[in-house]
Ligand binder design. Sequence first.
Ligand SMILES: [Zn+2]
Ligand SMILES: [Zn+2]
Length: 314
Amino acid sequence: MFDRRSALRLCLGGAAALGAGRAFAQGAGKPRTRIVFLGTKGGPRVGTGASNPANLVVVNDTPFVIDCGMGVTRQLVNAGVPIPSVKYILITHHHSDHNLEYGNLVYNAWAAGLSTVVHAFGPAGIEAMTKEFWELNKFDVETRMADEGRPDPRKLLVAKDIDEGPVLQTADVKVTAFRTPHPPIVDNYAYKFETPDGVIVFSSDTAYNPKLAEFAHGADVLVHECMYLPAVDRLVLKTKNGATLKKHLLDSHTTTEDVGRIAAAAEVKTLVLSHFVPGDDPEVTDENWVEGVKQNYSGRIVVAKDLMELRLPV
Ligand SMILES: [Zn+2]
Ligand SMILES: [Zn+2]
């Protein structure tokens, strides 16, 4: 019998298949609000496949970069975003797959002609990290300022340690932070973007957290990290410190089944899976990523790929 539920399932199959494409065309012209998934692989290992974690939200031509995993500058270039146009950087937590290229992104923007202030927000430590970054690069920066007449980049990066709650508000966008557990890290924030075209929530790395569903409730798009257990088991077999690694992964990330529970409880319109753990197992298919989610969530599911663009409203 062809009931509504099976129609929806067919529809979802379509959504998963769409995930393999690069962009979602939603009418002609330039969208006011879009998300670009710059790096979708979870973890700090650099490989030949997907880039390390980073996302981009663009509203009315203002780019907001969420996380700066290794490769974020190159991925912005690949996405056609002029690096000096970056205005805001938000770091979710201080695991290196989320902040390793933070200072370097701003340095690279300066090298490309940055002339306007970049505001950076992140958990406690980002202010100190910013100072230390300029110390580390003092020789080059001061040489180029004197030799090439460039502006002082240290004045073009304003970093702020944040806590839970309101982070920033522009004419178009309001960003709010929400603390979510990612053991052993405590200062770890999901971010909610309220835009003229809908609400977007980024989960950050997180253990299964039903409270995150409350924070994300009614969002148009939830971008959630995810972990596929059968592949984690394969990974730990290949790893020397396998038992410790498995415990860390299980304690600090969310299985695909539980991501489905969060998306269902939050009643989000579109769920995007990204920050894949593991993110470099060629045997894991898009269908593998969505099968566990579908057990608990019947909305639209997108399997993010590097440089895929999602336009709002969805
Ligand atoms: Zn991560
Ligand atoms: Zn992490």
